[in-house]
Design a binder for this molecule. Structure first.
Ligand SMILES: *[C@@H]1O[C@H](CO)[C@@H](O)[C@H](O)[C@H]1NC(C)=O
Ligand SMILES: *[C@@H]1O[C@H](CO)[C@@H](O)[C@H](O)[C@H]1NC(C)=O
Ligand SMILES: *[C@@H]1O[C@H](CO)[C@@H](O)[C@H](O)[C@H]1NC(C)=O
Ligand SMILES: *[C@@H]1O[C@H](CO)[C@@H](O)[C@H](O)[C@H]1NC(C)=O
Ligand SMILES: *[C@@H]1O[C@H](CO)[C@@H](O)[C@H](O)[C@H]1NC(C)=O
Ligand SMILES: *[C@@H]1O[C@H](CO)[C@@H](O)[C@H](O)[C@H]1NC(C)=O
Ligand SMILES: *[C@@H]1O[C@H](CO)[C@@H](O)[C@H](O)[C@H]1NC(C)=O
Ligand SMILES: *[C@@H]1O[C@H](CO)[C@@H](O)[C@H](O)[C@H]1NC(C)=O
Ligand SMILES: *[C@@H]1O[C@H](CO)[C@@H](O)[C@H](O)[C@H]1NC(C)=O
Ligand SMILES: *[C@@H]1O[C@H](CO)[C@@H](O)[C@H](O)[C@H]1NC(C)=O
Ligand SMILES: *[C@@H]1O[C@H](CO)[C@@H](O)[C@H](O)[C@H]1NC(C)=O
Ligand SMILES: *[C@@H]1O[C@H](CO)[C@@H](O)[C@H](O)[C@H]1NC(C)=O
Length: 617
């Protein structure tokens, strides 16, 4: 409905001189049929419109519906997140008057004012995403050092997007500032109608940010106005930060996963501490029957708390090298990371040298047990796998950019992706480096923690890690999900090859469909989508870390099919030179995480010059 109207409507452009507030309103009367002045629709519309400004809540949101189809009227209003309620009401009255005048008989219309938006339609649209029509406004002044400015702006908007999307069901707004080039401050505010899901809000704001080059490239200020979300940045403070903070305190805390025993207060480490006896009882004294798996940092047990809540308990296998206080502080920070695609850390327990971590229990075990299993892979058709890829990407993006901490996972792999009861992915084992007291967001390390087949070459060989080494592991994971085969024991008929080279060679030769899991090829999934994901996977496993996209770009590429993808260069060669595939398979089974000293590394990278000219597809 709304989005299809986009084609019919030319995008409208306005240039505003610096600092001039938006006095005029912007109205789109959408061509979705007309009503007559004596109709029931008109009576319903008048009643709905007159109710909006009185009923709008202190968060600036209200939706209403009245009447029966075909005369039913649905409406949504949203005031900018920082304005006072009386101003919000006045704004809505202005918007109502504007719509009645400008769209006198239209069944569907939207009006944006400086401080609010009002939308109505005969169609049901509450809870659904509408990214068009779009209006732009911009400040005619150019920013100084535009390239740096754009980069700083992007970082700011990415951060705000995460905050707004996970703001809860009452408010989805975030504002903040950052220091740009030449000590200019950049102020930004992003907002979605709170009826949207977090994902829909995020994708609306991604779309809005993508439009900045169309209007506001290198400008000091700009706005992108969409029916479901708005974005604005300026080089002066245009919002009331005090009011935003005041409202954020009143509004509900984000609820992202089912509450555990300790979620109500995670302000102090003590609130996250479980008595050791409770954990011992919950896991039947860490009995083998309760064992879920063995990871690089310890053994994981299933447990059940006295209140019947199921938990997963990781008993750390070695001394963390940290004092109890540092350990507690890190647990507290990690417990605050909450995202639907991360396994939730509920708390910890200590006794003497013994340290355990308590996580939410995730129903359906790990991804590797599905995609690599000839029978169980049938649970994961392409639609599911595509959602899993998107979820993993958003989880990593949150770790890299959207959370308050910047976390490099360092050991992303299929067995570290757990699936919940609805088969949504949740990333496990993040933040372990912090708990072991040597986390940086990039650097050189002599202690490499990772898994064969997933480690970026610069990390495996030189201990250099960064967000881009996680991107590499993500790319391997994507190729595994599409092909249904493990990177480190990939078979092409009789031949043992390297999945990355095989995927790249086929992609280059226009035979990429060969890489796709035969189970998926025979299914109803979109081959175009699979090949696009494969392409994205190949961009992530490029040998040169700086050629790999960031996770923010990956999320963008996955959500926007109109975005043209670059041409991947040859991936790092993967088969470990001194192992044949059966040996590495054995290793994988015996010890899932591989930890070694980089100076003893026996992996190699093929140093052939990459082919720079070819014609894909
Ligand atoms: C909305 O109005 C248009 C034009 O009259 C009509 O085609 C459409 O079916 C209506 N939608 C609903 C849900 O009644
Ligand atoms: C609806 O009314 C507008 C003028 O307000 C007119 O331009 C348009 O053609 C009308 N559409 C239909 C389907 O009658
Ligand atoms: C509304 O008015 C039109 C003429 O303007 C008339 O043809 C129609 O019958 C009226 N409809 C109703 C429901 O009164
Ligand atoms: C707003 O929309 C929601 C979801 O459609 C609905 O449950 C609720 O009743 C609506 N509120 C009003 C006042 O109509
Ligand atoms: C409503 O419109 C009037 C006239 O244009 C304007 O003076 C006033 O500031 C507007 N009110 C709000 C809250 O936007
Ligand atoms: C919006 O979110 C819901 C629930 O998360 C999802 O089912 C739906 O497909 C999304 N809609 C769009 C247009 O993205
Ligand atoms: C802004 O920069 C563009 C090109 O970079 C230039 O054409 C334009 O005149 C500049 N505008 C101002 C107000 O300086
Ligand atoms: C920028 O944001 C910080 C909080 O992140 C705040 O303390 C500071 O006052 C803001 N600066 C301005 C100029 O508003
Ligand atoms: C900003 O919000 C605070 C708190 O609601 C309020 O006291 C103050 O008057 C507002 N400032 C402006 C300029 O509106
Ligand atoms: C996933 O977990 C749910 C809830 O425990 C269960 O109903 C479902 O059968 C599981 N699915 C698979 C494929 O194991
Ligand atoms: C890591 O080592 C490389 C080469 O030895 C060096 O160029 C780079 O600056 C180092 N990075 C950090 C963060 O220390
Ligand atoms: C790594 O191995 C080399 C050679 O065996 C040794 O000299 C070095 O101390 C080791 N480094 C660490 C951090 O264990």
């Amino acid at each position: 409905m709304m989005s299809s109207q986009r084609m019919l409507l030319p995008l409208l452009f306005l240039i505003l001189p610096n600092l001039l507030p938006l006095v005029q309103s912007l109205t789109s009367c959408l061509n979705n049929g007309n009503y007559t002045s004596n109709s029931t629709f008109k009576a319903n519309l008048d009643a709905v419109l007159s109710s909006l400004s009185t009923n709008v809540d202190s968060n600036g949101f209200y939706n209403a519906s009245l009447g029966q189809n075909p005369d039913r009227v649905n409406a949504i209003v949203l005031c900018r997140g920082d304005i006072q309620l009386d101003t919000c009401r006045g704004c809505l009255q202005n918007a109502t008057a504007e719509l009645i005048t400008s769209c006198p008989n239209q069944k569907q219309a939207i009006d944006w004012q400086e401080g609010c938006l009002l939308r109505y339609s005969n169609e049901t649209f509450v809870g659904t995403l509408a990214t068009g029509p779009t209006w732009y406004l911009w400040n005619a002044q150019n920013a100084t050092s535009p390239d740096q400015f754009k980069q700083d702006l992007r970082t700011l908007l990415d951060n705000l997007r995460g905050q707004a999307a996970y703001g809860g069901s009452l408010r989805k707004v975030a504002a903040g500032n950052t220091t740009g080039p030449d000590f200019q401050t950049i102020f930004g505010l992003v907002q979605c109608t709170p009826d949207l899901s977090a994902d829909n809000c995020s994708s609306c704001l991604i779309d809005a940010a993508l439009e900045i080059p169309n209007c506001c490239d290198g400008k000091r200020g700009g706005r992108v106005l969409k029916p479901s979300c708005t974005l604005r940045f300026e080089n002066y403070p245009f919002y009331n930060g005090t009011r935003l903070q005041e409202l954020a305190r009143q509004s509900e805390p984000p609820v992202l996963s089912p509450p555990g025993p300790v979620v109500d207060d995670i302000s102090s480490p003590e609130s996250l501490q479980f008595a050791f006896g409770t954990i011992r009882d919950a896991t039947n004294d860490f009995s083998d029957n309760n064992k879920l798996g063995q990871g690089g940092f310890g053994t994981v047990y299933k447990g059940q708390l006295p209140n019947a809540q199921e938990i997963a308990v990781k008993r750390l296998s070695r001394n963390s090298g940290q004092g109890d206080l540092e350990f507690k502080t890190e647990v507290l920070l990690l417990a605050k990371l909450q995202h639907r695609n991360l396994v939730r850390l509920l708390g910890f327990s200590l006794q003497g040298e013994e340290k355990v971590l308590v996580y939410e229990f995730v129903q359906n075990a790990s991804l590797d047990l599905f995609i690599f299993d000839p029978i169980k892979k049938s649970y994961l058709d392409w639609e599911r796998r595509y959602k899993i890829i998107g979820g993993i990407a958003r989880g990593i993006l949150y770790l890299h950019e959207d959370s308050r901490l910047r976390i490099i996972h360092r050991d992303l792999k299929a067995s570290n992706v757990l699936l919940d009861g609805d088969m949504n992915p949740k990333i496990a084992d993040f933040g372990m480096a912090r708990l072991f007291g040597h986390d940086e967001t990039q650097g050189n390390t002599s202690r490499i923690v990772g898994t064969y087949g997933y480690m970026a070459p610069e990390y495996a060989m030189h201990g250099q890690f960064s967000v881009k080494s996680d991107v590499f592991s993500f790319g391997v994971l994507v190729l595994e999900i599409i092909s249904g085969q493990k990177n480190n024991c990939f078979r092409n008929g009789e031949d043992v090859e390297d999945l990355l080279s095989y995927a790249w060679t086929n992609w280059r030769e226009g035979t990429a469909a060969n890489v796709v899991d035969p189970f998926l090829r025979s299914g109803s999934g979109s081959m175009q989508e699979m090949l696009r994901c494969l392409h994205i996977g190949l961009l992530c496993v490029q040998e040169n870390a700086s050629d790999r996209p960031t996770m923010a770009s990956v999320v963008l590429m996955l959500s926007s099919f109109s975005l043209t993808l670059g041409v991947p260069s040859e991936p790092a060669f993967y088969a470990p030179s001194s192992y044949d595939s059966d040996v590495s398979l054995l290793q994988e089974n015996n010890s899932r995480n591989y930890e070694h000293n980089s100076t003893q590394s026996n992996r190699s990278s093929k140093n052939d010059a990459s082919i720079s000219e070819f014609h894909p597809q």
